[in-house]
Design a protein around this ligand. Structure first.
Ligand SMILES: [Fe+2]
Ligand SMILES: [Fe+2]
Length: 243
C-alpha cells in the first residue's frame, strides 16, 4: 500500500512500506509548484503505486523535474517511465551521477548534472543542491528548499519500521544500529562533515527517503547520535557477515 500525505506547503511524502525486517519504508517527495518536481522515483516495481499517488495531487504528465540524489534503484528505478510520461520533464542529478553513470547508460532523455550551490527554481520552492560525496555514494547529493527550509537528505537520518509521516520519537541510536547492520557508510568522517553542514543550514524539516520526516525539534536527537555513536561499516552487508 502506498500512501500520500502533505507534510508542509506543497511538499508531499509518498510512502510504501515493504516487508523487509518487519517493515521498511521507501519514500518519494512530490513538490506541487509552478514546475512540479518528484524527488526520488522509488524502485522499478513501485512505479504504478507512486504514479497513482502523484495523480491524487497533480497530473504526472505535468512533472517538470525528476530528481535523483545518487544512482541506486530506490532513487531512480522508475525514472524512464516518469520522464517518458511527462513531455516537458528533465532529469536532474549530480554532475557525478551524470558523468559516472547516466552517460554510460541507455538513457537518452534530457538531463541536468548539478554541482554544489546550484539552484532549481520551481516557482515558490527553490531547490539548492549540496554535493555530499560518500553519504553514502561517490555521486551523492542532497537538496535544500530555501522556502520551507526543508532538507532532502536521501539515506541520511534513516529510520526502520513503519513510521508516521512526521517522526517526533528519538530513534537516533536505532538509526546508528541500522547503519552498522546494513553497512552503507564506509566511514564516519564524510558523514559527520555533512552533519555539521546540515546543522549550519538550520533546517525546519528533514525529509528522508526511509522513515518519517523530522522537525526542528526531533532533528537534534539524530544529529547527536551521528556525532557520538559509531555507524560505519563493521563487516556486515544487509545483516550478513562478510569475511
Ligand atoms: Fe542509497
Ligand atoms: Fe535509499
Amino acid at each position: 500500500m502506498t500512501r500520500i500525505d502533505e507534510i508542509v506547503n506543497g511538499i508531499y511524502r509518498i510512502s510504501t512500506t515493504l516487508e523487509i525486517n518487519g517493515g521498511f519504508q521507501f519514500n518519494q517527495f512530490l513538490i506541487d509548484d509552478e514546475r512540479p518536481a518528484l524527488v526520488h522515483t522509488g524502485m522499478h516495481q513501485m512505479y504504478e503505486g507512486v504514479r497513482d499517488a502523484v495523480a491524487q495531487v497533480l497530473d504526472p504528465g505535468k512533472l517538470e523535474y525528476v530528481i535523483l540524489l545518487h544512482f541506486e534503484a530506490d532513487e531512480n528505478g522508475g525514472m524512464d517511465r516518469f520522464l517518458e510520461g511527462a513531455p516537458d520533464s528533465t532529469l536532474a542529478c549530480s554532475a557525478l551521477s551524470n558523468d559516472l553513470n547516466l552517460s554510460g547508460w541507455n538513457y537518452t532523455g534530457r538531463v541536468e548534472g548539478r554541482r554544489d550551490g546550484e539552484v532549481i527554481d520551481l516557482g515558490r520552492h527553490k531547490l539548492r543542491f549540496l554535493e555530499t560525496p560518500h553519504v553514502h555514494h561517490w555521486d551523492s547529493m542532497m537538496l535544500f528548499d530555501e522556502t520551507t527550509r526543508s532538507l532532502f537528505p536521501s539515506d541520511l537520518f534513516i529510520q526502520g519500521g513503519d513510521q508516521p509521516p512526521v517522526v517526533t520519537e528519538n530513534l537516533g541510536s536505532e538509526m546508528c544500529g541500522l547503519y552498522r547492520e546494513v553497512g552503507i557508510f564506509a566511514h564516519e568522517g564524510p558523514v559527520r562533515r555533512v552533519v555539521d553542514r546540515v546543522v549550519a543550514l538550520d533546517p525546519d524539516w528533514v525529509h528522508g527517503m526511509h522513515g518519517g520526516s523530522l522537525t526542528r525539534e526531533s532533528l537534534p536527537d539524530f544529529v547527536r547520535a551521528l556525532r557520538e555513536e559509531p555507524f560505519a561499516y563493521e563487516g556486515k552487508l544487509l545483516g550478513r557477515p562478510v569475511e
